[in-house]
Design a protein around this ligand. Structure first.
Ligand code: SF4
Length: 366
């Protein structure tokens, strides 16, 4: 097997030059997903909203100290935060893109309209059958819920839609159903994030109820084998040489047909051009529809040339980018954590940057 650096671009993200910043305005949530990074499923969990003025200071610090392009707004359930539109407006006025991680329960036409007006760039919805949601017990139920969000976002327009899907070994057999759905709806789904199911802040004495044995290589081989994924860029893990922690694939397709994928060289060139003009790294794009002529300037890359040739047989159809991201997440190794090198999901806690996935542990230690 080839080493990942041979076929993938190593994203040059560091603690002080990183395109993403993480912020959590609230720890309230309507659900109790098992393994929640924020410990919402644990006894003694404290729900609170944080002050908008304090959050604005965190946004400023992310800009000043990390040079971010995107503010990722998570929680808890961020849609429960009463001043979410104000927070998004503040980040937008500062020139940031915003990505909201939500369970989608409170998302309706009215709220989506408000978030759009505030400048929200992308909303990532998490629906799965382990959340204890009423009527969501199978992959068919999950897809039915996803379809509702697709319809809502098509109707409103102007805000990008993505889905997050935690994966266990048992889910692998069902993934083709999901990836088939994502392909059929590529006109509206721009991002799909698969995370390996982990139990980061469970009581270590408790036996896990969900199988967490899946590895990132297994998941990537599975997606690659189904021809929906081709690794193009990655972040390594901090303590396991050769094992990636984040791996991206960028497909270009029309209808439910993939015409090709960006390869390492194209993606490196896109990132370098972006950095040259904007002086910061690219994390999320506002437009995922490929502009007419948008690929021609990269025609000398064989992967793009092949897409342009295939495009000749589908000239009338719109072309879309669809990004897949696979995240391994943190792993406990002995007495230390093996994390993502250049952690993009770092957040401020007591004025210090910490990986957001470890916040529960850090708070318990303090
Ligand atoms: S180290 Fe933790 S918080 Fe940082 S990117 Fe990895 S999983 Fe996310």
């Amino acid at each position: 097997m080839k080493a990942i650096e041979q076929y993938c671009y190593r994203l040059p993200w560091t603690a002080d030059d990183n395109p993403n910043g993480w912020i959590e305005p609230t720890t309230f949530c309507q659900l109790k997903c098992p393994g929640c990074y924020r410990g919402v499923d644990k006894e003694g969990h404290k729900s609170e909203h944080f002050l908008l003025e304090e959050l604005k200071k965190q946004v400023d610090a992310h800009i000043r100290e990390r040079n971010i392009q995107t503010l990722s707004i998570a929680g808890g359930e961020p849609l429960l935060y009463p001043e979410l539109p104000e927070l998004i407006s503040y980040a937008t006025e500062k020139g940031l893109r915003t990505m909201i991680y939500t369970n989608g329960i409170g998302l309706d036409e009215q709220l989506l309209g408000k978030l759009k007006q505030a400048g929200a760039t992308q909303i990532l919805v998490h629906v799965d059958r382990f959340q204890g949601r009423k009527g969501v017990n199978s992959i068919t139920d999950v897809i039915r819920e996803h379809r509702k969000y697709c319809e809502l976002f098509r109707k409103t327009g102007g805000v990008n839609l993505g889905f997050i899907q935690p994966v266990t070994k048992a889910c692998l057999a069902e993934l083709p159903l999901l990836t088939g759905f994502f392909s059929q709806n590529r006109d509206i789904i721009s991002l799909v994030v698969f995370t390996l199911y982990r139990e980061i802040c469970w009581d270590h004495k408790k036996k896990p109820t969900i199988d967490t044995s899946i590895t990132i290589d297994e998941l990537i081989s599975h997606l690659t084998g189904h021809k929906v994924f081709r690794a193009a860029s990655y972040l390594p893990s901090t303590h396991t040489p050769g094992e990636p922690a984040w791996v991206f694939s960028y497909a270009i397709g029309t209808g439910n047909r993939i015409l090709g994928f960006l390869d390492k060289r194209v993606y490196r060139s896109i990132q370098k051009n972006y950095y040259r003009y904007k002086a910061r790294h690219l994390f999320i794009s506002k437009n995922y529809q490929v502009k007419p002529g948008g690929l021609h300037k990269y025609f000398y890359f064989p992967s793009i040339f092949r897409i342009l040739v295939k495009r000749l047989s589908h000239p009338a159809k719109d072309l879309f980018f669809q990004t897949y991201l696979v995240i391994r997440g943190p792993l406990k190794k002995g007495d230390h954590w093996d994390l993502c090198d250049g952690c993009p999901d770092a957040m401020y806690y007591k004025g210090k940057l910490e990986p957001s996935c470890l916040l529960e542990e850090i708070q318990r230690r303090n």
